[in-house]
Design a protein around this ligand. Structure first.
Ligand SMILES: Nc1nc2c(ncn2[C@@H]2O[C@H](COP(=O)(O)OP(=O)(O)O)[C@@H](O)[C@H]2O)c(=O)[nH]1
Ligand SMILES: [Mg+2]
Length: 424
């Protein structure tokens, strides 16, 4: 008799699903609405679902999913698998990492032409190189959103024609740098966020920045339908870019308006920078429903721009760093805590001499403010051919401490990640 054959036991292969830890709340980087990951909308994929009540007829429908496939992916009303997510309010797409990685929004504020765009380009470019902060990975979270940063960087830092003089254009007040959407409370326009993913040791963070035009921060220029500076209501630190060369007391010491303008200094208009800082602080309080007697809920970092022009009249230490050593290859690396502390003291002494009201304003708003000098270009631009403004050859650009204001701001907002640069 043939013994019965026992069939082999076959264990079905169950697809392994990786577990994801979600953040508790998301602040939309486009419209700053706060919501939980479970409320996030999905972007439909089925081509018959074109048209969205918030974004218009050209966009795919956004929806709250109620059906999922066996792998947990959302299905749109016509059964297509969807993976892209969007904000509950403005319906603009969210980078997937925002659901899993906590986000720090840092507000960069300053008068027109003080050097904000050059600072953003120089700091993102240098941070990506990995040579600024030891062990820090700094990546673009969304390449389609960060096209603005790429554009800024490509003119000065990644030029394919480094011998041809160029300059970053003035930041537009409206247009392609902004996104529009309609919600139940009106038609809105907001600046495009620039999102980066940072990783250091076991820590991960999303960094969100905006390149506002300086005019947006001037007193009386806030427009409720263009909430271009509303990141001040949710940001974790404020970088106030100060351009000492816009102040007439510095201009006098540097030999007059014309010589300063020929080096990239001076603004387009005489603007009291202390008033721009007060206006920013007032907006922070209004947006967060704080009383006028409340302390600001974050650290102020005074980023003193264009140090290549004024360091020589400020102090021998700064002169050494920003004028004489501008050819050093390591000038983009973060200075250590001791150098930051010395630079802070030098900047405070300089401000006390030439812009005491700005120093007093910063101290009144945040007694523990940090002052950080930097130079996005490392050397002055010069007048190009007739009809052109100031320009510089990309091959001559040597940023000095370009990311220092941003890293100091992050050290205050995220001390566990950048602790060695926090105040001593
Ligand atoms: N000398 C010098 N000039 C600079 C530097 N950064 C910016 N500038 C000049 O200042 C102008 C305005 O800079 P920008 O970044 O566009 O200012 P924003 O309006 O605050 O964004 C530029 O066109 C340059 O001529 C710098 O590091 N050194
Ligand atoms: Mg600009």
């Amino acid at each position: 008799m043939i013994p019965p054959v026992t069939p082999p036991v076959i264990t079905p292969k169950i697809p392994t699903m990786s577990t994801r830890t979600l953040v508790s709340t998301i602040n939309c980087p486009h419209c700053w609405a706060e919501f939980q990951p479970a409320q996030a909308r999905f972007i439909s994929e089925h081509e018959a679902l074109r048209g969205d009540p918030v974004l218009g007829d050209a966009e795919q429908l956004r929806f709250l999913p109620s059906r999922f496939d066996s792998r947990g992916r959302a299905l749109d009303p016509l059964g297509s698998v969807c993976t892209r997510m969007a904000c509950v309010r403005c319906h603009l797409e969210l980078p997937p990492a925002l659901v899993e990685i906590p986000q720090s929004i840092i507000s960069v504020v300053g008068a027109p032409a003080c050097g904000k765009s050059v600072m953003l380009a120089a700091s993102s470019f240098s941070l990506r190189s990995g040579l600024v902060v030891e062990g820090l990975d700094f990546l673009d979270a969304d390449t389609s959103l960060n096209d603005l940063t790429f554009e800024l960087e490509s003119s000065l830092f990644r030029s394919t024609t480094p011998e041809r003089p160029t300059m970053i254009a003035k930041t537009d007040l409206s247009g392609r740098l902004y996104r529009s959407f309609r919600s139940e409370d009106g038609f809105w326009s907001a600046p495009k966020p620039q999102l980066f993913e940072m990783k250091r040791a076991e820590q991960r963070r999303m960094l969100c920045l905006y390149d506002n035009a300086g005019e947006h921060f001037l007193p009386g220029r806030e427009n409720p339908q263009e909430p271009v500076t509303r990141h001040l209501g949710v940001s974790r630190a404020l970088i106030f870019v100060v351009d000492p060369t816009q102040d007439h007391r510095v201009v006098e010491r540097l030999g007059g308006r014309e010589s300063v303008a020929a080096l990239g200094g001076g603004g387009t208009a005489e603007q009291r920078q202390d008033l721009v800082l007060i206006e920013a602080a007032n907006r922070v309080r209004r947006l967060r429903a704080l009383s006028t007697s409340d302390r600001l809920p974050f650290r102020i970092v005074l980023a003193l721009a264009k140090a290549d022009i004024w360091a020589a009249i400020a102090s021998p230490e700064l002169s050494e760093c920003f004028v004489r050593s501008s050819t050093s290859r390591t000038s983009i690396a973060m200075p250590d805590g001791a150098a930051l502390a010395t630079a802070h003291q030098s900047c405070c002494r300089f401000l006390l001499e030439v812009m005491p009201e700005l120093l007093a304003t910063a101290r009144a708003l945040d007694p523990q403010f940090r002052a950080v000098p930097f130079s996005g270009l490392g050397m002055p631009p010069s007048r190009g051919a007739v009809g052109h403004g100031l320009e510089i050859r990309p091959q001559d650009v040597r940023p000095i401490w370009p990311a220092a204001p941003l890293v100091v701001a992050l050290s205050e907002a995220e001390p566990s990640m950048f602790g060695e640069f926090a105040a001593r």
